[in-house]
Design a protein around this ligand. Structure first.
Ligand SMILES: *Cc1c(COP(=O)(O)O)cnc(C)c1O
Length: 320
C-alpha cells in the first residue's frame, strides 16, 4: 500500500539519485535582486538531465521496481517532461518504457522521448481520458504505471531539488515553486518543512488553470477543463490525492501568473541571465515579480523547473 511520503523519503531519494541526477546550479542575478529588493536564488532545473526536474521523481520511482516490474516495463502518460524522464530513467535502468503523449505536445518533447528509447503512443487530450487509457494499457500488458505527479515515490524524488537548494544556500524566507499536479510542490514541502520550517512556501499556477488555488480555498480537489496557457507543463486538470494531502497541510498558498507575465520572465532569463527557461519554468519568478508578495529584504528561492521549449516556439514567444 502506498503511503504519504515524508522528509525521510526525500532523503532516501537523494541517495538513489546520487551520481544519476545532476546537482543543478543555483544562479543569482544582481538585476533581479535590485528589481525586487530581495536576494533571489534560482534553482536551475532547466539544467537537469532531460531538461527538467522530472528526472528526479521518475528515476526515484522506477529504480524501486522489483524483478517482475522491471521485466514487464513501465508505462506513463505525460504532456512531455515526465515522458522524457520516464523514458530516460527506464533506459538507464534497462527497463522497457511505454509513453502515452498528447498529439499536440511540443514536437521537441515527442522526439526527445522517442530518442530516449520510449515507445510513444499518441492520444487526443481534449477527447480521451489519459488516466483511463494508461490504466487500461497497464492492465493489458502487465506494466507498472508511474503517473506524472500523484505517486509517493515521484513526489519524494521531486523534493530533492528544494532539498539541494536549501542545503546549498541555507534557510530561505520564501520559496516559489511551479505547480501543475503538485508533485514538485508537495515534494518541496516535504524538504522545506523539515529544513526551514519558517519558510513561506508558495505554489504558482497559470492563471487560466488555477484549480490548485481553488482546491486550497475549497478544501477539496477541484477539477477543471484543460486550461489554455503557454505553460504546457502545468495544463493539469486537478491536483492528485497524495499531492493535495501534502499541499493542504504544508503549503502556505497557491498563486497564479498570466501568460504575458511568463513571457516577460522568459525574456528576462534569456536576456539577463543567458538561460532558456520554458514557460512553465517561469511561473515562480513571474509570481515573485507580480503577485504582490512582500519580498523586500527576504531570501527568496525560485525553482526554475525546466527548459524544454521548441526553439521556434521560444523565438516566437520572446519576439512578441
Ligand atoms: C511537470 C512540470 C511542472 C509541474 O510539476 P507538477 O509536479 O505536475 O506540479 C512544472 N514545470 C515543468 C517544467 C514541468 O515539466
Amino acid at each position: 500500500m502506498l503511503q504519504l511520503p515524508t522528509h525521510e523519503d526525500v532523503l532516501a531519494a537523494a541517495k538513489r539519485l546520487l551520481g544519476q541526477a545532476h546537482r543543478t546550479p543555483v544562479l543569482r542575478s544582481a538585476t533581479a535582486d535590485r528589481q525586487l529588493n530581495a536576494e533571489l536564488f534560482f534553482k536551475c532545473e532547466n539544467f537537469q538531465r532531460m531538461g527538467a526536474f522530472k528526472f528526479r521523481g521518475a528515476f526515484n520511482a522506477i529504480s524501486q521496481f522489483d524483478e517482475r516490474q522491471r521485466k514487464a516495463g513501465v508505462i506513463t502518460f505525460s504532456s512531455g517532461n515526465h515522458a522524457q524522464a520516464v523514458a530516460l530513467s527506464a533506459r538507464i535502468l534497462g527497463i522497457p518504457a511505454t509513453i502515452l503523449m498528447p498529439v499536440d505536445a511540443p514536437q521537441a518533447k515527442i522526439a526527445a522521448t522517442r530518442g530516449y528509447g520510449g515507445e510513444v503512443i499518441l492520444f487526443d487530450r481534449y477527447q480521451q481520458d489519459r488516466e483511463a487509457l494508461g490504466a487500461q494499457l497497464a492492465g493489458e500488458r502487465g506494466l507498472t504505471l508511474i503517473p506524472p505527479y500523484d505517486h509517493p515515490h515521484v513526489m519524494a524524488g521531486q523534493g530533492t531539488a528544494a532539498l539541494e537548494l536549501i542545503q546549498e544556500v541555507g534557510p530561505l524566507d520564501v520559496l516559489l515553486v511551479p505547480c501543475g499536479g503538485g508533485g514538485l510542490l508537495s515534494g518541496s514541502a516535504l524538504a522545506v518543512r523539515a529544513l526551514a520550517p519558517k519558510c513561506k512556501l508558495y505554489g504558482v499556477e497559470p492563471e487560466a488553470g488555477n484549480d490548485g488555488q481553488q482546491s486550497l480555498r475549497k478544501g477539496e480537489i477541484v477539477h477543471i477543463a484543460t486550461p489554455n496557457t503557454i505553460a504546457d507543463g502545468a495544463q493539469t486538470q486537478h491536483l492528485g490525492r497524495f499531492t493535495f494531502e501534502v499541499i493542504r497541510r504544508d503549503v502556505d498558498d497557491i498563486l497564479t501568473a498570466t501568460d504575458p507575465q511568463l513571457i516577460e520572465a522568459m525574456k528576462f532569463f534569456a536576456e539577463r541571465m543567458k538561460i532558456v527557461v520554458e514557460p512553465t519554468g517561469c511561473l515562480g519568478f513571474a509570481a515573485a515579480c507580480h503577485a504582490g508578495l512582500p519580498l523586500q529584504g527576504k531570501r527568496v528561492g525560485v525553482i526554475l523547473s525546466g527548459g524544454n521549449v521548441d526553439l521556434a516556439r521560444f523565438a516566437q514567444l520572446v519576439a512578441g
